[in-house]
Design a protein around this ligand. Structure first.
Ligand SMILES: NC(=O)c1ccc[n+]([C@@H]2O[C@H](COP(=O)([O-])OP(=O)(O)OC[C@H]3O[C@@H](n4cnc5c(N)ncnc54)[C@H](OP(=O)(O)O)[C@@H]3O)[C@@H](O)[C@H]2O)c1
Length: 281
């Protein structure tokens, strides 16, 4: 099997695109670490993936990825238990209609959608480098289009819009991916990002009734099923076609061009430095 002997981690894998990604990587023979915040749901998901794929090497790790202490514990536990990490899929993400703060006092969308990718990846880099050809797959979004980072108000303190905060976090995913790929130049580890499509998952359903209704209608009108939405993540995590390819953005398993704002190296460097400061222990 394609991923026999490989170890993969998928964040936000108890539902939606992350769940299907974890299941398909397990089906390809990988040992898979399913990361989520809800232990009961996590254990159910692990049993389901084991039953469907026949692969018993699927484990659950609990982490609320908006909390830096949980991200650190997750990375430590993983490092204690596994010799290497072949694939890290940073998939967790949410949109929040009202402004919330994480346990660390950081605007929640930025903390969860960007800082968790940044911190977890950096903590796991030694394990990714210990793999023969480590891959980092960042689930971004076409929603980054039209967004600019406001470095004077990264946490939307002045004016909050859930959509704007989400767009910026997805722009941050791309800036992070490109900067990471350039910092990893000369190593065996690759880093790519993707847009999964507009996917009928549980995305946005964490919000109030009006927002949920809007999402459900939008899903009915124009969304693709989660099976299809996970395809580019699975492709980037496993296909030999993209081995060695790095610093790219993919849609429907094909390289695509991201916005001009996402390809600004100065913004990427600045965001990296700020993220480093915001995650310093
Ligand atoms: N759906 C779309 O149309 C779409 C489009 C473009 C990009 N994306 C991106 O795709 C990724 C996956 O989204 P999805 O559509 O699959 O969303 P989803 O169905 O809402 O799934 C999100 C997953 O993340 C988990 N999660 C949420 N907050 C968490 C936290 N604090 N700690 C740990 N896990 C947490 C959820 O866990 P629970 O099961 O506990 O809720 C769930 O497993 C996101 O990065 C999103 O931005 C989605």
């Amino acid at each position: 099997m394609l991923l026999e002997g490989k170890i993969c981690m998928v964040t936000g894998a108890t539902a939606g695109i992350g769940f299907v990604t974890a299941r398909e990587l397990a089906r390809k023979g990988a040992a898979v670490v399913v990361v989520g915040r809800n232990p009961a749901k996590g254990e159910r998901v692990v049993q389901e993936i084991r039953a469907i794929t026949g692969n018993q090497r699927v484990e659950f790790e609990r982490a609320d990825l908006s909390k830096q202490a949980d991200v650190r514990r997750l990375a430590r536990d993983f490092a204690d238990r596994y010799p290497q990490l072949d694939v890290l899929v940073n998939n967790v993400g949410a949109i929040l209609a009202t402004r919330q703060l994480s346990a660390d006092g950081i605007e929640m969308t930025f903390a969860l959608n960007h800082l968790s990718y940044f911190l977890l990846t950096n903590l796991l880099l030694p394990k990714l480098k210990a793999a023969p050809a480590g891959r980092i797959v960042n689930v971004a979004s076409a929603a980054h289009r039209g967004a600019e980072l406001d470095f004077d108000d990264l946490q939307c303190e002045r004016r909050y819009s859930g959509w704007k905060a989400y767009q910026r976090s997805k722009l941050a995913n791309l800036l992070f991916t490109y900067e990471l790929a350039s910092r990893l130049d000369g190593s065996t580890v690759t880093a790519n990002a993707l847009h999964p499509g507009f996917v009928a998952s549980r995305f946005g359903l964490n919000n109030g009734p009006l927002f949920r209704l809007g999402m459900r209608i939008a899903f009915m009108v124009s969304a693709i099923p989660v099976e299809e939405g996970a395809q580019t993540s699975v492709y980037l995590a496993s296909s030999p076609e993209v081995g060695g390819m790095t610093g790219r953005y993919f849609i429907k398993c094909k390289p695509a061009e991201s916005s001009a704002a996402s390809r600004d190296p100065e913004a990427a460097r600045r965001l990296w430095e700020i993220s480093e400061a915001m995650t310093a222990s």
